[in-house]
Write a protein that binds this ligand. Structure first.
Ligand SMILES: Cc1cc2nc3c(=O)[nH]c(=O)nc-3n(C[C@H](O)[C@H](O)[C@H](O)COP(=O)(O)O)c2cc1C
Ligand SMILES: [Mn+2]
Length: 502
């Protein structure tokens, strides 16, 4: 079972040798970033800074920084196992026999049990500061990069409600500190929180939860369709409903187990210049207008722990939050694109720059159909470059993908230049938000698509592979790289491979 709250998570990390406590006083102004950057890039542990300068609250960072910790957070051996849990309910079919009916009911119950549950009290409200007592200076908010003009809250779960439908949304949107009682709210143009803001008749109440159990924290970053409550996904993935308690000064509910909660509101038309910010693109996002978030209450546990994350030139800690989404959403994508076998969003591509997709190709033009499907799917629609390969290519093995693109592509015939919406943070297009897209069809073609017959790829016969496997010791050749399916495992660069589906 995944950890119930941030403290249970910290205990688990400690038991697993995955956390280091730093007793020395360290400055949240830049110094922590440099420490974390080095730690993340060498696959190091989560860090609990016990004495961040200027604050009584410890700061937790790099909790998500490796695949192993991400799997510990979800309580599953691999991220594909997390995805399989969802696949099970997504693919629920009318049951046949009695045994299947019982299994089906159990699955339906797991969905019903995922709905958030209201409770009367929560540790997140042990301390309640309202009005003039609200003071963001109490928290060790990090200034991450030298060009950042102020400290930024970087790991928040921002809770809003759609004024028309009443549906809750939870998003992870960074918040630049303005003063003791206000921040900016950086919901980008394609995000659900911003839709709620635009739908409001002036003022929109907002609550921000900080320091959650890791699955609920992850769920804030999950790109669910607008009408689905991210806390429901969290409840499902945790196997236990998220418990919510009524906020003190706004009509919203917040996770009872949070370390810290900020309550308040944004007002339409009240915007200021947010940024620049050293962003996950590896560049500074220039200053842009975003709404001001007024904090009406700061509630917290008595000895609250403040969670943070640093983004920047990839790979950074957010790589594994992105990889979790890549894996967890595969079954959902397959619902609409069933020919899709697997996909990979390279960390170095900052997730929106490139998608590698493998398909079971069944008809001429099929690769192009899938490119358009990707460009029509949720936030994947912002993908700048889509590479399509056949089902037998391992999309997580970038050397194999590069080989396939080089070998199978006639640039004149196989590149599709299109256009459409692009990521808010993409600085390359001439206009912000919209620009060119590239599709690369690296599948095998043939006469049906108007080309010469396609040659066969070279492969040794299975009998000879088995023979050599059997006799290997006899030859006395000591190879360093272990064999995998009869060939040496390719050397993979950092983060190039999330675990392959079985
Ligand atoms: C560490 C981290 C920081 C993020 N910061 C922002 C941000 O400042 N603004 C934003 O719009 N999205 C940001 N995102 C991405 C959103 O959280 C993500 O797109 C999510 O789907 C938004 O929720 P929504 O789909 O309900 O709008 C961030 C993601 C992570 C992992
Ligand atoms: Mn959403």
């Amino acid at each position: 079972m995944p950890p119930a709250d941030l403290r249970a998570w910290i205990r688990l990390l400690e038991r697993e040798g995955e956390l280091v406590r730093i007793a020395a006083e360290v400055d949240p102004d830049l110094e922590i970033t440099e420490i974390v950057d080095r730690t993340v890039k060498s696959g190091g542990p989560a860090l609990l800074f016990e004495r961040p300068r200027g604050s009584d609250h410890p700061l937790l960072i790099n909790q998500f920084g490796t695949e192993r910790r991400m799997c510990l957070a979800f309580g599953e051996p691999t991220l594909d196992d997390v995805a399989r849990k969802l696949e099970d309910v997504i693919e629920l079919q009318p049951p046949q026999g009695l045994a299947e009916k019982v299994r089906g009911l159990r699955k339906l119950k797991s969905i019903a049990d995922s709905m958030p549950r209201s409770v009367r009290r929560g540790p997140c409200q042990e301390v309640v500061l309202t009005g003039d007592d609200v003071d963001l200076d109490l928290l060790p908010i990090q200034r991450c990069w030298p060009g950042d003009p102020a400290p930024f809250v970087t790991l928040p779960a921002v809770i809003t409600r759609d004024p028309r439908t009443g549906t809750r949304n939870v998003g992870m949107y960074r918040m630049q500190k303005i003063d003791r009682r206000s921040t900016f709210m950086h919901w980008q143009i394609h995000k659900d929180g911003r839709m709620d803001y635009l739908a409001s008749d002036g003022r929109l109440e907002v609550a921000v939860a900080l320091g959650l159990d890791p699955v609920t924290a992850y769920s804030a970053s999950a790109p669910l369709p607008k009408h689905i409550d991210e806390f429901m996904l969290a409840g499902f993935l945790r196997g236990e409903a998220v418990e919510l308690v009524g906020a003190k000064t706004v009509d919203l509910e917040v996770p009872a187990n949070a370390e810290i909660v900020l309550e308040g509101y944004v007002q339409q038309g009240e915007v200021g210049q947010e940024g620049p910010f050293g962003d996950h693109t590896g560049y500074y996002t220039p200053a842009e207008p975003f709404p001001v978030f007024h904090v009406t209450a700061l509630t917290m546990r008595r000895d609250a722990i403040y969670p943070s994350i640093v983004v920047g030139k990839p790979p950074q800690e957010d790589a594994w939050l992105g990889k979790a989404t890549e894996r967890i959403f595969l079954p959902a994508i397959r619902m609409t694109v069933p020919e899709l076998v697997d996909y990979d969003l390279p960390v170095a591509g900052a997730f929106h720059n490139c998608a590698i997709v493998s398909i079971r190709k069944a008809f001429p033009g099929h690769a192009r159909k899938v490119m358009h499907a990707v460009w029509g799917l949720g936030l994947l629609s912002l993908t700048k470059c889509v590479v399509v390969v056949d089902a037998d290519v391992d999309v997580h093995d970038y050397a194999e993908v590069f080989f396939t693109v080089g070998a199978n592509v006639d640039p004149k015939r196989d590149l599709l230049l299109s256009e459409g919406p692009l990521d808010h943070l993409d600085h390359a297009p001439t206009l912000q938000f919209v620009g060119g897209k590239l599709g690369i069809d690296a599948t095998r073609k043939g006469p049906a698509e108007g080309t010469r017959p396609w040659p066969d790829e070279i492969a040794m016969s299975p009998e000879v592979r088995e023979l050599v496997d059997r006799r290997w010791v006899e030859y006395g050749i000591d190879l360093e790289a272990p064999m995998e399916n009869g060939r040496p495992t390719p050397r993979r660069s950092l983060f190039s491979r999330a675990k392959r589906r079985d």
